[in-house]
Unconditional design. Sequence first.
Length: 288
Amino acid sequence: MAHRTSPQGALTGRRPGGDDRDVRYFNLLSFIVSNAIAGEIMAVENYSEMVHLMLTTDSKIETVNQAKEECKHILLLSKLGRSLEFAVERQIVEPQWKNIRKHFSTAAGKGDLPACLIIQDLLTESMAIVLYKTLSAEVDTDPQTAAVASNILVDELEHLDIGVRRIKALLDEDPDRVQDALVWAHHRVMPELFGMISTSCHSLCDVLAVDCSSLALDSIRTDIETLKIQALERYIETLDVAGFSPTVTSPLIASMSAYEGMGRIAVGLNDASGGACCSPESAKGKRC
């Protein structure tokens, strides 16, 4: 039986052409891709607002190009939904995205370029990389979804590299200001980002007309704990590569144990020197 779209957008059957993936898989894609599109929309708005803070014409052009690439991602993800016939929302629905956008806009309004770069180029991009890397290679997705995710991943990795370069330059100029910006951004943005590593939502499921209780990650052969471990390790790696002091980053990582579902994961992943002390395999389900 071919899957189709209901009047509200929910999937009601199977993928045509003999694919044995059922409605649960496509409803999960609908949820994940809609959230990804929301993140891309937020990125377009963030980069657009940040352009006037950039100090050189070249950096302004580079930032505009980043916004354009995020626009391309929105189109690619929307086309994926049409091709595989699952519903997507091309608007920001969940409050976490709105809150991150609000914090970014607050930083931009104060002219706080380090905080803006940290929120968009480091924190948000790190989570985007985990998402697209997971969908492209590390879980059981269909070939078309994997290909789209792989293409977007290339751009997101480049954006992270740009952010790291920018932050390193600012750290060289005024390390105290940039470290303070990290602390400010971390406590406002990371709880929101990690709160979205979930298959429950505030209102997106209602908008998509899907049952949140049906969105099980086993349909792509992964689980929430694995994704949170991967996201935390990517975040630790990003902070280290960017050149932040372990005396600043270690307390931030430790504070994440208070996030919902993070107690067993965060504790022990960061040693006193600020590096990861255990692999995802050794961390999962125990303290290392």
